[in-house]
Design a protein around this ligand. Sequence first.
Ligand code: ZN
Length: 551
Amino acid sequence: MNHRFLLLCAAAACLLLPACKGNESASADSDGLAAFSADSLGKHIAQLSHDSLTGRKPFSEGETKTINYLEKQFVAAGLEPGNGNSYFQPVPMVRITTQADPQMEVAAGDKTFSLEGFEDYVIWTDRTDSSLSLKNTELVFAGYGVVAPEYNWNDYAGLDVKGKVVLILVNDPGFNAKDTSLFKGKAMTYYGRWTYKFEEAGRQGAKGCLIIHNTEAASYPFTVVQNNWNGSRLRLDNRGKQESLCDMIGWVSGAAAKRLLEAAGKDSTLLATADKRGFKGSPLGLSLSVNMRVKAEYNQSHNVIGKITGSKYPDETIIYTAHWDHLGIGKPDETGDSIYNGALDNASATAGLIELARAFKSLQTKPERTIVFLSVTAEEQGLWGSAYYAQNPIYPAAKTLANINMDGLNYYGKTKDLIVVGRGQNDLEDYLQEEAKKVNREIAFEEKPEAGSYYRSDHFNFAKVGIPALYTSSGVKVEGKDSGTGKSIQDDYTAKHYHRPSDEYDASKWVLTGAIEDLKLLFQVGKRLAFADKWPEWKTGSEFKAIREKK
Ligand SMILES: [Zn+2]
């Protein structure tokens, strides 16, 4: 929108509104902001995290109650149904339960030894065949298991891995090399995530993929990996789409990897060769044998979706997302509470989505593009609701300008800053910065980009299909408090309440004024997109730029 037009509007509005004061004038800039209410936000958080919703687990009675509540609120906010005449998008899923042998046999020439399940290796599958086996299957070292044309890097070049197991390193070549010109240096790229590595190994025709665990490079200890031992995992119903999936995927511990290398007559210097350009993978002269039984159960969960149709470009969309699901009822904590309420994670941002809907609906100047409000399911078990939407879009990706995702709002008062997760990805961070400046706030960036947080929430599935995505987390510079306050509140939450029954809403303690200010900024970014002449783009160097340009 052009600047002169804005000024004229502001002047006209001043004439009409007697209460209007000088530079705080009711301009297009403030259109919609009055709709935000901390009270209303708090009420929705209280409802969504209430014990009666039993922790909002997909397929449970808690799901039915949650999605019905959201539908009701979307209707009340004046949203139109987002999927034809329905507010729901069914998400077909499968629960895959695996039972692997307690030992894996390793053969090195005529010598054999075994690795212990859980201690040394953790394996599972995304396939639904009732039994899967490795039988003397060759093991091949494939570096980081990365094919990244934009970095001119291919760990699989000239390497035959068909029907074999690849052994690969976690993170990407930039991490260990301490070379800022390799990939993104210490910051993790998409290629560093284990999900990518399993997918790529499958595309290369490998039968199995084992990642070598390293606490620093993975950003979590092996105990986190061990949670996957012989358990159940949810994923999208993939019947008929399994041809490029490995039979077995998983991890080996650092110590087990050392034993494998020793048996192959190698040591960690082999691993270090993967950090250098021109690296070539090679067979290790080892073979593996192990069996796994698999049980598949099919079920359906739901995304909830509403929209406001654009006045000028109805087929162009901006999509706000927040996952509604949480962990349900589980292991009781020390107080005997077994309901994982997920008040912060993610009743808070789901409630925020309702506030955003009310604000967009209240605009005096109706948005020119369609605004979509999408509350996705099954984030906690692998970002599945957003993955399903991205793979089965109701609004085509090529006509979607942006995704703005929220997971956990601020509950400790106003902050000067708002943290952008995934620095330098796309233009949306610049738009956010400009909006922040206007209200004397600032953006900052996540402390540990090497943890790959940009690839660990729902917006990532939008990025993967080329849609510029923005993901923020709460600021730490709390107004009127010591500089360490925000950080220590966040650390305290992570240590004591994250994914525990005590992630509960307390109206007497939660201060939602900061959440409202953050929502307003995300609203302003979306509003700007709803009227913009120019679409946001991925920045040079982003691994998602080429995907967008193909569309
Ligand atoms: Zn979450």
